[in-house]
Design a protein around this ligand. Structure first.
Ligand SMILES: [Zn+2]
Ligand SMILES: [Zn+2]
Length: 409
């Protein structure tokens, strides 16, 4: 279902006031602009027509920016297909590493360096636990989220960790199975303490940390939880897919856009209740822009036996463990729509039978279209094109697609 409100609209309405007040850098401006223009005529597109019933559809190109709430579906599905290649037939755990809000200021001072530190410390912690508790080497897939539910800054990593590792002799070693048959990874309190230690140690090499702040930081738990949420290997990638291509706010959470600002839904984890937040437009955009990652920053990373340099070892391990490796499906977006999103972009949405044929592409700079129908010539803007073309199709009887007399320029 199409959401009632979109982030693009917020940017359209409040983008200027945000830029004047907060003076974002040109990269942030560019990202906001891309989201604003996503799937509008400004990005170009194409006109398709149904072979059977003559239904006309105009589609505009998407911005494909990784911060755009409209552009993540096919990317996520392609990513999931790739992940299926890396699976092992073992238990997996979801571990969340987070840092206290008191560090937000230091994160904003130098985002890429701090986010790297977060990744590094989390993996070092994991690797150390596997080594000391299991005498094995394992891996981890980590996804960076920088936001909390209400759009504030809340850097944390969602990590998926296999419940075992490879021993020095090359065998797979499973983590403990407790008396009640439950598999658990490592005790959360211990993980938390080690992670905090590693993070703070490195942070102090980067910059001096105020002793009072340091004391405060040691009061919190830095690992939120580790749980084993999965029914089977395929369920793991589906599960991780929920986190991998999220953006700071989805369009469905925006409840209203008025002159004064924006209201949106958020989940308050303190009492687990859905609440509504109202923000001035430029403040909403300021919060959203905090989550625009530095250009080129890698926000999904693979460690240990899952890192790309270890691909051959991983395949060997999959064979040893009896995993049947499936072929990756096609990464063509149309194929992804058909196989994973239950939607065939080539099929007419009107009659459900005919094939959609592209009649014309609209380039991004032109905003006038010429329609030639028999002896008549129509000029129209793209916004009127849809209405005019429907009118024409009704007016001129047509037997089949090939006899149509329309010509688009
Ligand atoms: Zn987009
Ligand atoms: Zn049709």
């Amino acid at each position: 279902m199409k959401p009632a409100f979109e982030l693009a609209e917020v940017i359209e309405r409040f983008g200027n006031s945000y830029s004047e007040s907060f003076k974002p850098n040109t990269y942030v401006q560019r990202v906001l602009n891309a989201i604003k223009l996503c799937r509008t005529s400004a990005l170009g597109g194409h006109v398709d027509c149904c072979e059977e019933c003559g239904h006309i559809r105009i589609s505009y190109n998407s911005c494909r920016n990784r911060h755009c709430p409209k552009c993540q579906n096919t990317q996520r599905e392609a990513w999931i297909a790739d992940r299926n290649q890396q699976l092992l037939p073992v238990n997996y755990f979801h571990v969340v590493f987070t840092v206290p809000d008191k560090l937000n200021r230091l994160f904003l001072l130098n985002p890429p360096v701090r986010y790297n530190l977060l990744f590094r410390s989390a993996w070092d912690t994991m690797a150390q636990f596997f080594l000391t508790k299991l005498q094995a080497e394992s891996g981890m897939t980590a996804v960076l989220h920088t936001w909390g539910q209400n759009l504030s800054l809340h850097p944390h990593l969602h990590c998926i960790v296999p419940g075992g590792g490879i021993s020095v002799t090359g065998n797979w070693k499973q983590v403990n199975i407790s008396k009640n048959g439950k598999v658990y990874l490592f005790p959360v309190e211990q993980l938390s303490a080690v992670f905090r230690g590693k993070f703070m140690e490195r942070l102090q090499l980067q910059m001096p940390v105020d002793p009072n702040l340091k004391r405060e930081l040691y009061k919190n738990n830095w690992v939120v939880y580790t749980k084993e949420p999965f029914a089977g290997p395929e369920a793991i990638v589906e599960y991780l897919g929920r986190y991998s291509h999220k953006v700071a706010i989805s369009n469905h959470r925006i409840l209203g856009i008025v002159n004064k600002g924006v209201s949106y839904r958020w989940l308050d984890y303190r009492d687990n209740k859905q609440k509504i937040m109202h923000l001035e437009g430029r403040e909403f955009l300021r919060r959203f822009s905090q989550h625009i990652l530095p250009k080129g920053f890698v926000r999904i990373r693979y460690f240990g036996i899952l890192s790309s340099t270890r691909k051959n070892n991983l395949q060997q391990l999959q064979l040893t463990l009896g995993m049947i490796i499936k072929e990756t499906g096609s990464r063509d977006w149309k194929e992804i729509c058909r196989t994973r999103l239950n939607y065939d972009p080539d099929l007419c949405p009107h009659c459900g039978k005919g094939k959609m044929i592209t009649l014309k592409s609209i380039d991004r700079t032109r905003n006038r279209i010429t329609i030639i129908s028999g002896d008549s010539v129509f000029h129209c803007s793209e916004s009127h094109f849809h209405a005019i073309s429907i009118f024409l199709f009704r007016l001129v009887p047509h037997q089949n697609f090939k006899e149509r007399v329309y010509n688009f320029r």
